[in-house]
Design a binder for this molecule. Structure first.
Ligand SMILES: NC(=O)c1ccc[n+]([C@@H]2O[C@H](COP(=O)([O-])OP(=O)(O)OC[C@H]3O[C@@H](n4cnc5c(N)ncnc54)[C@H](OP(=O)(O)O)[C@@H]3O)[C@@H](O)[C@H]2O)c1
Length: 251
C-alpha cells in the first residue's frame, strides 16, 4: 500500500520512514522540502493520489500562539480535506500526552484543535499521544529559563527516545485504525528537575535549577502527573542516562 508521511523529513518523520521502508510498502516523504506544503496546499492532492494511509508527524515552524494555531488548523484542514477527496483509509497523527489538560498553552490549544478535527473528520484514525522526546530536553530548558536559572514546576515527566516513538508510530501505521488515542511513554517517570539536572550535567551546562510549585509548563499550569501517560500501550526501552552519554546526543 502507499503510505504518505507528512513531515517525513523531521525528527520523528525521518526515523519513521526508515522503519517503514523495509516493509515493502510504498513510502512517500511529504514536506515543504519535497514540494508538499499542507499550509498552502501545494503538492498535496498529487502526493496523496492512491494513498491508503497518511501519517501526520509535521510540526509548526513557529510556536508563537497565533502562528501555531494557524499552522495546525489550516494545514490539518487542508490535509484532511485532501484525504477525504482521495478516499484515504487511515489517518495517523502524533500528539502529546496531557494535551487536554494543558489548554492554557497556545501550543497545546493548537494540538487539541488538530486532534478534534481528526476525530470529527470521518476518516478512520489513530492518534498517538507521546510524552516528551529525549531530544526535547534542551527545548524545555530554554523555555524554563528565568534570569539565568531553570525554573521548573514540581511535576513528573516520562521522556521517551524519538527512535522509540518512531518504532511505535510504524506499528500504528501498519495496524488497523484504533479510532482513539493511544498513549506511549518512556521507560520510567522522573522528577522534571532531576531529568533537567541529568541533561545539564551531560551537556556541561551549569545552571541553577529552581523548583517552583507555581511554575508553568509551556505557559500552562500543570499538575504533578499531567505529563505522565495514564494508560500507556507501549513504553520505550531506551534509557536516558545511556542515551545522553552518547556525544552526538548532547545538544
Ligand atoms: N517534542 C516533543 O517532545 C513531542 C512530544 C510528543 C509529540 N510531539 C509531536 O511530534 C510531532 C513531530 O515533531 P518533530 O519534533 O518530529 O518535528 P520536527 O522535527 O520539527 O519536524 C517537523 C516536520 O514538519 C514539516 N513541516 C513543517 N511545515 C510544514 C508544512 N507547511 N507542510 C508540511 N510539512 C511541514 C517539516 O518539513 P521540512 O523539513 O520540509 O521543513 C518537518 O518534516 C509534532 O506534531 C509534535 O507535536 C512532540
Amino acid at each position: 500500500m502507499k503510505i504518505v508521511v507528512i513531515g517525513g523529513t523531521g525528527l520523528i518523520g525521518s526515523q519513521l520512514v526508515a522503519q517503514l521502508q523495509p516493509t515493502g510498502h510504498e513510502v512517500v516523504v511529504a514536506s515543504p522540502n519535497t514540494g508538499v506544503n499542507t499550509l498552502t496546499g501545494e503538492g498535496l492532492a498529487a502526493v496523496l493520489q492512491g494513498a491508503t494511509v497518511v501519517v501526520d508527524v509535521s510540526n509548526s515552524p513557529s510556536f508563537e500562539d497565533t502562528a501555531v494555531m494557524n499552522f495546525f488548523r489550516t494545514s490539518n484542514g487542508n490535509l484532511l480535506a485532501a484525504e477525504k477527496a482521495e478516499g484515504v483509509q487511515h489517518h495517523v497523527a502524533l500528539s502529546v500526552v496531557g494535551t487536554r489538560q494543558l489548554q492554557e498553552s497556545g501550543y497545546f490549544r493548537a494540538k487539541q484543535v488538530q486532534e478534534d478535527m481528526v476525530e470529527a473528520s470521518g476518516i478512520p484514525y489513530t492518534i498517538v499521544h507521546a510524552t516528551q522526546f529525549f531530544e526535547f530536553a534542551g527545548g524545555i530548558a530554554q523555555m524554563s529559563l528565568v534570569d539565568g536559572k531553570l525554573v521548573l514546576p514540581a511535576a513528573n515527566i516520562q521522556p521517551i527516545a524519538s527512535k522509540d516513538v518512531a518504532f511505535f508510530m510504524a506499528q500504528a501505521t501498519l495496524a488497523a485504525p484504533a479510532n482513539k488515542i493511544l498513549e506511549i511513554g518512556g521507560p520510567e517517570p522522573l522528577d522534571m528537575s532531576a531529568w533537567m539536572g541529568q541533561y545539564l550535567q551531560a551537556t556541561g551546562k551549569s545552571m541553577e535549577i529552581v523548583t517552583d510549585e507555581q511554575a508553568l509548563y509551556s505557559g500552562a499550569k500543570i499538575g504533578t502527573n499531567t505529563l505522565l501517560p495514564q494508560a500507556a500501550v507501549f513504553l520505550g526501552t531506551t534509557n536516558y542516562a545511556g542515551w545522553i552519554a552518547i556525544p552526538g546526543n548532547q545538544r
